[in-house]
Ligand binder design. Structure first.
Ligand code: PLP
Length: 491
């Protein structure tokens, strides 16, 4: 393809993307293809001779689009959102057009410098302490692939620090603390690093948040057994229910244990910190005093196209000391002089994409005000949903709504006081049936979860095109499905 052919193909691609967005609302949310469908359409060997690009572009429409789940669909309420924006798409196009692996300052100064600046912007947008800013010269932020990478890196840094301060500590004695609600990233980090992970219990009456006393007891127990907890992965906004660990209580406990690294995973909920009214609920001031590292994914609820996970550390040298490997071919004058950031030492890989460009485009185009408007809108849409559940005689909230997430289940109110309530096991079976019906539909997508043995369904708002009318539609649909489930259950 030459430049003029690219121009033509590029115009067509943009036209088709626009058409896709115009048609999105009328498409099913999920695909109806069967596993293995693509092998029927795509040869099992690569072509020997190059093909006409128009045929390739058409095949994308014919074979790939029908197999997509439409995460940007306004009736997508599953997992957590990946709210993407046209600004981000354009930035990604520019970034891939120059294809810079910007791993150190010299390899592409703009990549490093824009990342350092936009990470400071994001830090301020979220109200994080200036200690975390790159301009502080001590702390700093780097863009990672995912929150799982961010947590893994935090564990690597925490382990190196602990080993430095406790020479001779045995690897088998080291323990990573998580909770039963921590994302799989905690277990993954343990798996990758060969470290023990201890998941601390949380209770429904605490809204599934980690309490200080639980941490204290676990610590005491581990100390008695000669174990060495060295990091706690706390969560602000868990995946299952949006739980927010009780950081102020945790802070009281870790006062006596300063060697415990606190990593705060706010992969989803971090974006809410942009709004002052949610900062207290998310324990921002404790994060600012306590956290050694903090992560949020702008690619979830932050309007930036996948992937863009932001990780800040209070002291950058804990990252670079743990991760610096500098063979001669990576040495540069500026790197040797220590006058620049070399981001290759802030993450696992060497090469890194030019992702700050999309953060820059999005934050400039929306402004802090536009960003907050989007967050507030999604939270109020979730409130609309939660109000519907609260008023329903068939459905009930399993735990109070958290920001833009509600967790509910089918739990019919007894028609008369003498009618026995369903047992937990029956309710769970009823909800499996209910979720089975919902997931068989292709006009809406929700995900299920289990909270301390209770089967329930998550409703996460955040797709950038979701409006009140889509929430209303979802409520009506869920009510109907609840009625049909009960009918099937009773017969
Ligand atoms: N942490 C939380 C709280 C999440 O909800 C998720 C994903 O939903 C993750 C981490 C994982 O994020 P990533 O895919 O960026 O690793």
């Amino acid at each position: 393809m030459d430049v003029e052919q690219f121009r033509k193909a590029g115009y067509q691609a943009i036209d088709r993307i626009c058409d896709y967005y115009y048609s999105l609302q009328n498409r099913p949310v999920t695909s109806n293809v069967e596993p293995g469908y693509l092998r029927q359409h795509i040869p099992s060997t690569p072509p020997e001779k190059g093909e006409d690009f128009q045929v390739i572009a058409d095949d994308y429409q014919k074979f790939i689009v029908p197999g997509l789940t439409h995460w940007q669909h306004p009736s997508f309420f599953a997992y957590y959102p990946t709210a993407c924006t046209f600004e981000g798409m354009i930035a990604d196009l520019y970034a891939s057009s120059t294809c810079n692996p910007g791993f150190n300052w010299t390899s592409s100064p703009a990549c490093t410098e824009l990342e350092a600046i936009t990470m400071d912007w994001a830090c301020q947008l979220l109200g994080l302490s200036p200690d975390f800013m790159n301009s502080s010269g001590v702390g700093g932020g780097a863009i990672q692939n995912t929150a799982s990478d961010s947590a893994l890196i935090a564990v690597v840094a925490a382990r190196a620090l602990y080993q430095r301060d406790h020479p001779g500590v045995k690897m088998e004695d080291l323990v990573i603390y998580t909770t039963t609600q921590t994302h799989s990233l905690g277990l993954k980090a343990g798996l990758v690093l060969g470290l023990t992970v201890r998941a601390l219990d949380v209770k429904a009456e605490d809204r599934f948040a980690l309490r200080g006393e639980t941490l204290r007891l676990a610590w005491q127990e581990d100390e008695e057994r000669g174990k060495k907890p060295f990091i706690l992965i706390a969560t602000v906004g868990t995946t299952s229910s949006g739980a927010i660990d009780n950081l102020p209580e945790i802070q009281q406990i870790v006062r006596n244990h300063p060697s415990l690294w606190i990593h705060v995973d706010a992969a989803w909920a971090g974006s809410a910190l942009s709004c002052p009214e949610y900062r207290e609920r998310c324990h921002l001031s404790t994060i600012n005093e306590l956290a050694h590292s903090f992560c949020t994914n702008f690619h979830k609820w932050g309007l930036v196209n996948f992937d863009l996970s932001t990780l800040w550390v209070r002291d950058r040298k804990h990252l670079t000391e743990a991760l610096d490997v500098t063979p001669p071919f990576l040495r540069t004058t500026h790197g040797d002089a220590g006058t620049v950031i070399d981001y290759r030492n802030w993450h696992l890989a060497l090469g890194r994409r030019f992702r700050s460009l999309k953060l820059w485009f999005v934050l400039r185009s929306f402004g802090a005000e536009g960003f907050r408007r989007y967050i507030r809108k999604t939270i109020s849409l979730n409130q609309q949903f939660a109000d519907f559940i609260a008023e329903s005689d068939l459905l009930s909230l399993v735990t109070p709504p958290s920001l833009a997430l509600s967790v509910f289940r089918l739990e019919p109110k007894p028609k008369s006081p003498d009618k026995p309530l369903l047992s937990l096991e029956s309710l769970n079976n009823l909800n499996k049936l209910f979720y089975g019906r919902i997931s068989a539909r292709n006009d809406i997508l929700l995900t299920q979860t289990v909270l301390n043995g209770v089967h329930c369904i998550r409703f996460a708002v955040g797709a950038a095109r979701t409006e009140a009318s889509h929430i209303k539609q979802a409520c009506e649909l869920l009510h109907k499905e609840a009625e049909l489930t009960l009918e099937a259950w009773e017969h």
